[in-house]
Design a binder for this molecule. Sequence first.
Ligand SMILES: Nc1ncnc2c1ncn2[C@@H]1O[C@H](COP(=O)(O)OP(=O)(O)OP(=O)(O)O)[C@@H](O)[C@H]1O
Length: 277
Amino acid sequence: MIEVCNISKSLPGGRKVLDGISFTVKKGEFVGILGASGAGKTLTLRCLNGLLRPDAGSVIVEDQDGSRWDLCNIAKSRLRRLRRRIGIVFQGYHLVQRLTALDNVLLGRLGQMSTLRSLFYGFTDREREEALSALNKLNIGNVAGMRVSRLSGGEMQRVAIARAIFQSPGLLLADEPLSNLDPSNAKIIMKMIRPLADEMPVIGVFHQPEMTAKYCTRVIAIKQGRVIYDGDPRLTNRQLIDIYGEELEQIENAPHPPVEKPTIVAQNPNEHERDFF
Ligand SMILES: Nc1ncnc2c1ncn2[C@@H]1O[C@H](COP(=O)(O)OP(=O)(O)OP(=O)(O)O)[C@@H](O)[C@H]1O
């Protein structure tokens, strides 16, 4: 379970980019975070894995032994330890292109190894079997020995998910995991992510309301740093307009389509690389 309680964050100039965000996500839930460009989705996600410390509020997560910790108010060593239990899937995959799919999955556990072991890259046979089984779970065991640079976008995203699963996380975060995928691969990825929620809370930032409606158990919409909706993933047109604003209304009412709902919002491919203020 993860409990986000009233988190806020302001830019150095004083503009509030997160303004009292609160929600709790439990095992069994696959939550999609929606919102227009600049709404505060990615910043929220960064607070959830301790990459960004809010000015106020708390983000409570559980450690393996059931103890509860506030990521916003915690020693660095404990934060590092807890972050190993948070799996992340990025839009740009974040894979090492020259390594094989299997080796990329194994890297998911690098943070859990002693420095000595990691220096010598010492994965055991058992770990290799587990990594292969993570790839098999995503139906790509057949590409285990292939260099990632030779894989398709959909396969790369599956390797990235396998890497996150292999970490044995207690929480899975996904930052725009469908962004680089065609519609059929996007569906496959959503179908594969959804059952993971049986084992851990899963929270993703998405730009595709029709995907979250179909695969998520719940949607949280953020607008100008605030939660404006939290509930049933199937949103009405009115709700979508509230979330995305007049821009969507204009597109919807345009006499000549083609309306492509999923890509209303511009994306920033370097989101995860930005240094924060
Ligand atoms: N490093 C930064 N420095 C200054 N402002 C930032 C920084 N990162 C984010 N912001 C601002 O905070 C606000 C929220 O950003 P955030 O990245 O969370 O938006 P988002 O909802 O994820 O948008 P998008 O869908 O376009 O990725 C935006 O106005 C953004 O410009």
